[in-house]
Structures are given as structure tokens and as C-alpha cells.
Design a protein around this ligand. Structure first.
Ligand code: EPZ
Length: 418
């Protein structure tokens, strides 16, 4: 597995156009299965998770091509409705093919998905929702078999938690189901809005995406379309945090500030100046960051769990003590032990981390324990005195397009090693 070698102390400074969103792209790569003909996704990021999704589509019989940020997918000849274990294990998002497979073939076969180990991550909400839409579900030998010989039928589904993936699966399954499906307590993330927007352009009738209640009126047929993937709001925060901990300054070209709404206040609380206009978002770091009293991760529009580690790194070099409460995943503080190897003064117990800021971090050899932990450790290394090695870069490659190349352009001293 490759590593990053980072000489800390250089300011992260300059302008960047943030890559297309990973979590926005993945459900779109499932949505294309509902259409026949060529779909084109512009700004489709070059990430290992995207490659995994394209491998699944190829396995299912679709034609895929991904070059220079454009993915072309033609699902006309898709014929399989099973996803083998080895592809399911590559990422969590493989489960989001479920709704589209059921809608297209009236059956689906898969196993529990893999992905970053940040908690239990069950798929019970997905399974219950498919049952509510009329699927019969059987499990045997680690495989789960879904069948709806009479087709899916619309219904009202109240989610016990606004799960992003389950909301996406219900939308995908119900676009062509008969009647009106209603999702109550739906996830409200921007990625849900993007999925609904894409599907509506394909001919679906979805209303309310971005709100807690979503209405989907089934239609007979969806058509392929062309779409530009929204910029990645989570990667944007990573670059902002990297600028913040190095006393730098960054301009995020073309980024809608609305995407950053849940993190703007905490950035300001830390002493950063954040200005936004129609051209993008500009962050200027203070000489020394201030503590962020309490960050609590919540479903959107709350503070995103995926940006929690970035803020922990900022807190680790801020003046004062900060508290982070993780409410979404049970096990998302594994990186704290790594951060402490770099001289941070942090303690995590259960879902709470208490971080006492130090003036500057020290170099060490650390390990990315998951995707966002990995990118946050890179930000930490940019602050640290000396040369830090971050192992486990394969995790980071799941969600960041050549992170080292992007950071180098912003003045960081970073290279990929083995
Ligand atoms: C999506 O995961 C994102 N992944 C995650 O990003 C993100 O952290 C998460 O939403 C929350 O915002 C993608 O979009 C590909 P959930 P998802 O279902 O859909 C529990 C990253 O770093 N739950 O909203 O898997 C679950 O265990 C990744 O980019 C059930 O109990 O998240 C978790 O505690 C990591 N049963 C909570 O709900 C279920 O059936 C939220 O999960 C489903 C979920």
C-alpha cells in the first residue's frame, strides 16, 4: 500500500476547483440502470470507489467508459441482477444498486457491503424498505435474495433514522413503481437533491428532495441524460482545514456556499474568515486557530460526520479545549490515537472526543484508519514540524482525486511513496 510523505510547515495557499462529489456520483451510477441508452456524467471524479461502481456496472452487462473526468454509461444491454461478494466488499455504496436492480429486473441478489470500518453499518433500513415496496427477501449462505415478481408497488415508508443510502435506494426503487411512494423522515443531504434532480431529468416525478418528506410518483419509463456532478462538499472542507491549520488562505472556485452551510459557523468560530460570493468561497486562516467549543455531528443540515476528523485536526492546534460528539457512527475516532502520535492532546471515549490544543504538531509515522481519518491526518501532517509519513493511502484514494497533486499545487510539500 502506498503512503504520503509530507514535510510540514508550508502554508496551503491558492485557488482550487474542487473535484466532483464522491457521494453524489455513486448513487447516480446506480440510477443509470433505470435507463436504456447513453448517460454522460461530467465532472465524474477519478476515485477508486467510482472505479468499483463502474466495475459493478460492467459486471451487470453495461458499457462504461471513464476518461478525463467524463463517464459514459450505456445500460441498454444490462442483463444480470446479482452483485458478487468480491464487488460488494469493495465499498459500502454497492448496496445502493439494490433499488435500481429491483426496479429494472424485479429481482436482485447481493451480500452485505464492505466499506470503511467506522461503525456497524447494518442495512436493515434498506431491506425493510424494499419489503415495504413489495419485495420478498430471503437470506442464505451470506447472500440476500430480493424478488418482486408482480413489480414494486408504491407505499408510505417512515424511516426510523434519515439514512442517506436507504433514502437513495427507496427513491431508485420507486421511480417506476405503480402509484405514489412517500418517504417520511428522509435524509436531506445535497446528494439526495442531486439524485432526484438527475432522475427528474430522466423523466422521474420526484418532489420534496432536500426536505424530510419526499414524494415519488411512479412513471413507466426513464430516459438517459447528461449531467454535471456537483462539487464535493466534504473534500472542500478538507482543503479549507488544510489551509486553516497552516495559516494559509484558499479560494474554492465555483463552490456554492450553500453546500458548506453546516460548517461555516464552526470555521468562523475557529477564527477563520470565510467569505462567499457567486464565484466561490474564500477562507483566510488566523495566526492561531481558536477552539471550537462543541461540534456535534448530525444528519444534514447538521454538522457532517465526514468532516469531523478535519475539525479535530483544527482543534488539536487551536488555543483552548474543544469537544466533538459523533452521533452518526459508533467508531469514528480511531484516528485520535494516530493524532496523539503527532503530539496532539486528545482523548476519545465512546462518542465523545475532548481535544486540548497544542501550539504545533510533531512529525510521526501514522496510519489512515479510514477515508476521512486519512485525509485529516494529511492536514495534520501539513501543520507538523518535520517529515510525516501517512500510511494506508488506499483509503484516501477512495474519496480524493490524487490528493497529493492537488495539495502540491497549493504549495504543500507532499509526495506519494511506497
Ligand atoms: C453515507 O453513508 C455516506 N456515503 C457516508 O460517507 C456518510 O458518512 C453517511 O452517509 C452519513 O452522512 C455515501 O454517500 C456513499 P447512512 P450511508 O445510511 O448511506 C445507520 C464518506 O466518508 N444505518 O446515512 O452508509 C448507520 O449504521 C462516507 O464519504 C442503520 O442502522 O450512511 C449509521 O450509523 C462514510 N441501518 C447511520 O444509520 C441502515 O440500514 C447513518 O448511515 C442504514 C444505516
Amino acid at each position: 500500500m502506498s503512503c504520503f510523505i509530507i514535510e510540514g510547515g508550508e502554508k496551503v495557499k491558492g485557488e482550487i476547483t474542487v473535484q466532483g462529489s464522491k457521494n453524489g456520483t455513486l448513487p447516480l451510477l446506480s440510477a443509470v440502470l433505470l435507463t436504456q441508452g447513453k448517460n454522460v456524467l461530467y465532472g465524474c471524479p477519478q476515485l477508486s470507489d467510482v472505479t468499483s461502481a463502474l466495475k459493478i456496472l460492467t459486471y451487470l452487462g453495461c458499457k462504461t467508459e471513464h476518461k478525463n473526468g467524463t463517464a459514459v454509461i450505456d445500460c441498454t444491454d444490462a442483463w444480470r441482477c446479482d452483485i458478487p461478494d468480491f464487488l460488494m466488499r469493495e465499498m459500502r455504496s454497492s448496496v445502493v444498486f439494490l433499488g435500481a436492480l429491483l426496479a429494472r429486473f424485479g429481482k436482485a441478489e447481493l451480500s452485505a457491503p464492505g466499506g470503511c470500518e467506522i461503525g456497524l453499518r447494518p442495512i436493515d433500513l434498506h431491506i425493510e424498505a424494499m419489503k415495504a415496496l413489495g419485495a420478498e427477501v430471503n437470506e442464505s449462505g451470506g447472500r440476500i435474495f430480493f424478488a418482486c415478481p408482480q413489480g414494486l408497488h408504491a407505499t408510505r415508508i417512515t424511516l426510523s433514522f434519515p439514512s442517506v443510502g436507504a433514502t437513495e435506494n427507496i427513491i431508485l426503487a420507486s421511480c417506476t413503481a405503480k402509484g405514489e411512494t412517500v418517504i417520511v423522515n428522509a435524509a436531506r443531504e445535497p446528494e439526495i437533491i442531486e439524485l432526484a434532480h438527475f432522475l427528474n431529468r430522466c423523466g422521474a416525478k420526484i418532489k420534496g428532495a432536500g426536505e424530510s418528506v419526499i414524494y415519488i410518483e411512479g412513471t413507466d419509463k426513464l430516459y438517459p441524460c447528461e449531467h454535471t456532478v456537483e462539487q464535493d462538499r466534504i473534500a472542500a472542507v478538507t482543503f479549507m482545514a488544510a489551509a486553516a491549520v497552516t495559516g494559509g488562505e484558499i479560494f474554492l472556485n465555483g463552490l456554492h456556499q450553500g453546500l458548506l452551510m453546516p460548517v461555516l459557523e464552526p470555521f468562523k468560530e475557529s477564527g477563520c474568515t470565510v467569505k462567499a460570493d457567486a464565484n466561490g468561497v474564500h477562507l483566510i486562516a488566523p495566526k492561531r486557530l481558536r477552539r471550537i467549543k462543541t461540534v456535534r455531528t448530525m444528519p444534514y443540515p447538521g454538522f457532517p460526520t465526514d468532516s469531523q476528523a478535519d475539525f479535530a485536526v483544527m482543534a488539536s492546534v487551536a488555543e483552548g479545549t474543544s469537544v466533538i460528539v459523533e452521533n452518526i457512527f459508533e467508531n469514528r475516532f480511531k484516528y485520535i490515537a494516530e493524532l496523539n502520535k503527532m503530539g496532539a492532546c486528545a482523548r476519545a471515549e465512546g462518542r465523545v472526543a475532548v481535544i486540548e490544543g497544542v501550539k504545533r504538531l510533531e512529525s510521526a509515522r501514522v496510519e489512515a484508519t479510514d477515508l476521512r481519518a486519512g485525509s485529516a491526518l494529511v492536514a495534520a501532517a501539513l501543520n507538523a514540524r518535520g517529515s510525516t509519513v501517512v500510511d494506508g493511502v488506499a483509503y484516501i484514494d477512495r474519496g480524493y482525486e490524487s490528493l497529493e497533486v492537488q495539495l502540491k499545487r497549493l504549495g504543500a510539500k507532499i509526495k506519494r511513496g511506497v
